[in-house]
Design a protein around this ligand. Structure first.
Ligand code: GUE
Ligand code: MG
Length: 295
């Protein structure tokens, strides 16, 4: 193995320690405790780990955490009413509605109900638009923000680098491409209809894989020395670990990629922990803006 492993877990710990310092400052100077509200509709067992670490880390950072669970058959109007209540609650500085929502709901309608100032996921069209015009007031989606931080930590200035983002989702691929463009990369967005995906990946200094397909990018597709950020969190059967066992893999085939890449994020322990750290960071940023605090 030749690649440097980008330790997202360790990096996220540092980010969270810095967030905790800022929370302390906001509390002691202004008497305000940042609060994050999370709303989950229905049970998705795969997201339980995520929710647990989110709640634990919010508390560790010294913030208030408000947690709401609603049954999967909740009418959309009831969820919207809950979001409006949180919009109006001064103890709540950040609102996260866990996605995906049940089929009978329109995700865009629900997200657009969150006031943009409390949209710590950065999914509201106002924040999407602010990011697109390169405005610093944008709340930036947590996963792409965490990826950018790891890239800057690994490579320093990203100007002039060729980046390929594999995946065009509104929550990862598109905002990731915007961030890389704002950082002066030359950006390609590849997706399921891309004619020659291997050639696009091969040309890139930076590869961000965010398609949700287990181990789909092999090392043989990479340029030697490329920096690889693996956003995928896929649970696949692992009979070698015992009957009915699963293991987590990314969208990149780690073993072969690590032979070619210059640096690569592992799964788990890469992008995931940075996503949560950036959520806490965004909540403090939102608190400061709402209260006109300049730390
Ligand atoms: N509105 C909304 N915003 C989100 O940001 C959001 C969402 N909905 N829905 C669900 C996905 C998923 N997600 C994860 C974040 C961190 C880990 C994470 O920390 N994973 C650990 C370990 C996970 C494990 O062991 O299962 C790791 O990668 O090392 C996982 C998943 C945020 N999401
Ligand atoms: Mg896609």
């Amino acid at each position: 193995m030749t690649a440097r492993i980008i330790d997202g877990k360790a990096f996220a710990e540092k980010v969270r320690a810095h967030v905790a310092e800022d929370v302390l400052a906001v509390k002691s100077k202004y008497g305000i405790t940042p609060g994050l509200a999370v709303v989950i509709v229905g049970e998705d067992p795969a997201s339980q780990v995520y929710v647990r670490s989110k709640v634990k880390q919010t508390a560790e950072a010294g913030m208030n955490s408000f947690h709401f669970e609603m049954p999967s058959d909740t009418p959309e109007a009831a969820l919207i009413a809950k979001v409006q209540e949180l919009n109006a609650d001064p103890r709540v500085n950040g609102i996260l509605v866990q996605l995906p929502l049940p089929k009978h709901m329109n995700e865009a309608t629900v997200i657009e109900t969150i006031v943009p100032e409390k949209d710590v996921d950065g999914f509201h069209v106002i924040n999407t638009g602010l990011l697109a015009i390169g405005d610093k007031k944008a709340m930036v989606p947590c996963t792409p923000l965490g990826c950018l931080m790891m890239l800057q930590e690994t490579l320093g200035d990203l100007s002039g680098k060729k980046a390929v983002v594999v995946g065009r989702s509104n929550i990862v691929g598109k905002p990731m491409a915007q961030l890389l463009l704002n950082a002066n990369c030359t950006v390609t967005i590849a997706h399921s209809r891309t004619a020659d995906l291997k050639a696009e990946v091969m040309a890139a200094d930076i590869v961000v894989a965010a398609v949700g397909r287990p181990e789909m990018v092999p090392g043989s597709w990479l340029k030697k020395g490329a920096t690889v950020i693996d956003v995928g969190i896929n649970r696949i059967p692992a009979p070698e670990l015992g009957e009915g066992k699963n293991r987590l893999v990314g969208d990149v085939d780690f073993a072969s990629a690590a032979e070619v890449a210059g640096a690569i994020t592992p799964v788990p322990g890469g992008v995931g922990p940075m996503t949560i750290a950036c959520l806490l960071r965004n909540t403090v940023t939102a608190t400061c803006r709402q209260n006109r605090i300049d730390l």
